[in-house]
Design a protein around this ligand. Structure first.
Ligand code: FAD
Length: 300
């Protein structure tokens, strides 16, 4: 029996085999940012990530850049690259065309997302409303994809506080997917509560916690992302970060400490892996993984 080439490995199989470690990147906009991402991947590759993922601009704004990076990393590194894909504003034919390209290039992992509707409230058009519809399309494609979906421990911002409905929709989405990846969060209890609530609904699909090390980006950027995603920065953490807002090194130190602590607690509680929001930089990620120790991926 021949084993799959690295880029052809399915994330579902990697999660089934043991704890995963993964990093998330975004498609750079400039040549300089592109060189920065190349450098980051070079620096993080020795950590032997299980996989990496690359975000997709809602409505297709980064369609080709996301595809090119995913295909390039997937074919040149000893780990697979997962393509994020949002369906809002896209037609079925557009999505199928992109899936054809991924399958032909040997990419077999997709994070199926709804994407955000336009900020001005206008109708995005297209053939999709919810991520589940995209999961079904990807599943039906002959490309044999492993399919992940998004999960929001603190509820999706559009769920308007209706916890029961949010969890029912999430459980239904996870039931047709292979795994979930969470939005970033800072409170350990939010992840545990989400897993318990899914469990109570009969959903046991693995959900990888997404961890954003504060300080990997300027504080204003973290606050903006947290506000958009419905991720609450606890008051005590915010106070600490604000006291060091003008000192990037101190900010990064706090972030590494906080992210290491959260990651360790999640692993101790049985999380199936860790997904780190690297923001195309290696410094915080390298320190967090070093803090966790070389054996954290071996089942305890
Ligand atoms: P859905 O699962 O469709 O949920 C959206 C809302 O609809 C929720 O409130 C849900 O409860 C509700 N809902 C679901 N099904 C139904 C139903 N049948 N009837 C009524 N209500 C329903 N965005 C990007 O643009 N690019 C990216 O690369 C990207 N990557 C991400 C990666 C991760 C790990 C995460 C967690 C999010 C990412 N996002 C990305 C953000 C995501 O696109 C947004 O959160 C978007 O608003 C919702 O996407 P979703 O897939 O969670 O949607």
């Amino acid at each position: 029996m021949t084993s799959a080439p690295p880029g052809g490995q399915k994330i579902a199989d990697l999660i089934a085999a043991g704890r995963t470690l993964s990093f998330e990147f975004f498609p750079p906009k400039t040549d300089e940012a592109e060189r920065q991402l190349e450098k980051t991947i070079h620096e993080l590759a020795p950590l032997r990530p299980s996989f990496v993922s690359v975000t997709y601009g809602a409505g297709g704004s980064t369609r080709n850049r996301t595809r090119d990076i995913v295909v390039q990393v997937n074919s040149s590194q000893p780990f697979p690259a997962m393509a994020h894909l949002t369906c809002s504003g896209h037609t079925r034919a557009e999505i199928t065309g992109l899936l054809d390209e991924y399958a032909a290039a040997g990419v077999h992992n997709i994070l199926a997302l709804a994407g955000d509707p336009p900020a001005d409230g206008s109708d995005p058009g297209g053939d999709f409303t919810y991520a589940t519809e995209l999961v079904e399309l990807v599943r039906a494609h002959p490309g044999d994809f492993s399919v992940g979906v998004a999960a929001h421990p603190e509820l999706h911002p559009r769920s308007a506080g209706d916890r029961a409905a949010d969890r029912r929709y999430l459980a239904a989405k996870l039931a047709v997917a292979d795994f979930g990846v969470t939005q970033f969060f800072f409170e350990f209890d939010d992840y545990v509560r989400m897993v318990d609530e899914l469990d109570a609904l009969g959903c046991t699909t693995p959900v990888l916690p997404g961890i954003m090390p504060p300080g990997a980006s300027p504080l204003a950027g973290l606050k903006r992302m947290a506000g958009m995603n419905g991720s609450v920065i606890p008051a005590a953490l915010l106070d600490r970060l604000e006291a060091s807002a003008d000192d990037p090194d101190a900010l990064r130190d706090i972030g590494v400490e906080v992210a290491t602590d959260l990651a360790q607690r999640l692993l101790d509680a049985g999380a199936p892996g860790l997904h780190l929001y690297a923001l195309n930089r290696s410094a915080s990620v390298l320190r967090i993984v070093e803090n966790l120790g070389p054996d954290f991926r071996s089942p305890g």
